[in-house]
Design a protein around this ligand. Structure first.
Ligand SMILES: Nc1ncnc2c1ncn2[C@@H]1O[C@H](COP(=O)(O)OP(=O)(O)OP(=O)(O)O)[C@@H](O)[C@H]1O
Ligand SMILES: [Mg+2]
Length: 252
């Protein structure tokens, strides 16, 4: 068996009395595509925050590619190859696509730079930007202000920015949230076309979308891992159906 690229052991994240992530253990293999599903408040985004370092775990260990990262800064985790996109877009609306790209790339290098420069990318940055924007199907919009992009294009740009970091582990938090059916199926196509050696963890509420994209599924509920199974077994799992249908009942 290959060693997992990401290994969580008994990870918890506590907010006051609430354990948003409660003793989660999880192994993800290199190149695997994993979905994290579960109802609102299950702890999915908090789990991502623990992996990226935005919220260090209050207990437990996280190992990425043999490096213990539980107490490492988000910046150092990014340098090791962990990238993420956010549930809510996180872009600079008054800057162009290329300027956003430049900020993302220079932020990675931690080099001093001006926020208000010309937005010119150096040749290496330009190669990365071109490749990432092609994968995210946004190659012709580089001089456009982000606020002029459609919401769907903004989500694509976020994906491109995270790809430009050349990650080995990419965490996508609801990449298709708020999109039209046509935009959702394009996002699904983009995810399918990502490099196969990139390890991917995807949070997604839409089961049909998520299950069509991944090798394996973790269903969370109340901070814990409820079920881990293949997409087919998840569909048929009564505990998973119960937490989804139970939520549907509460929402009327
Ligand atoms: N910074 C925080 N401070 C206090 N409580 C928080 C914080 N972030 C999240 N929580 C709480 O932790 C729990 C898990 O939240 P989280 O955002 O991880 O859920 P989620 O599974 O991503 O939900 P959704 O599907 O709605 O995005 C929720 O009860 C939430 O209110
Ligand atoms: Mg969330």
């Amino acid at each position: 068996m290959t060693e997992p690229i990401l290994k969580l052991t008994d990870v918890s994240v506590q907010f006051g009395a609430l354990r948003a992530v409660d003793n989660v253990s999880l192994n993800v293999s290199p190149g695997e595509r994993r979905a994290i599903i579960g109802p609102n408040g299950a702890g999915k985004t908090t789990l991502f925050n623990a992996i990226t370092g935005v919220l260090p775990p209050t207990a437990g260990q996280i190992v990425f590619d043999t490096h213990p990262i539980s107490r490492m800064s988000p910046h150092r985790r990014a340098a090791l190859g962990i990238a993420r996109t956010f549930q809510i877009t996180n872009l600079f609306p008054s800057l162009t696509v290329d300027e956003n790209m430049r900020l993302a790339l220079r932020g990675l290098k931690r080099r001093k730079f001006s926020m208000f420069g010309t937005g010119t990318l150096d040749p290496d940055e330009n190669t990365l930007a071109t490749r990432s924007l092609e994968i995210a199907r946004l190659p012709t919009r580089r001089q456009v202000l982000v606020k002029e992009l459609s919401y769907g294009e903004q989500r694509q740009l976020e994906l491109a920015l995270s790809l430009a970091a050349q990650p080995r582990l990419l965490l996508l938090d609801e990449p298709a949230a708020g999109l039209s059916p046509a935009e959702r199926s394009m996002v699904a196509d983009i995810i399918r076309s990502l490099p196969r050696d990139l390890t991917l963890i995807l949070i997604e509420h839409d089961m049909d979308l998520a299950l069509g994209l991944v090798d394996f599924v973790t269903c969370m509920f109340e901070g814990r891992v409820l079920v881990e199974a293949s997409p087919n077994d998840i569909r048929a799992n009564s505990a998973v159906q119960e937490v989804y249908l139970g939520k549907a009942r509460h929402h009327g």
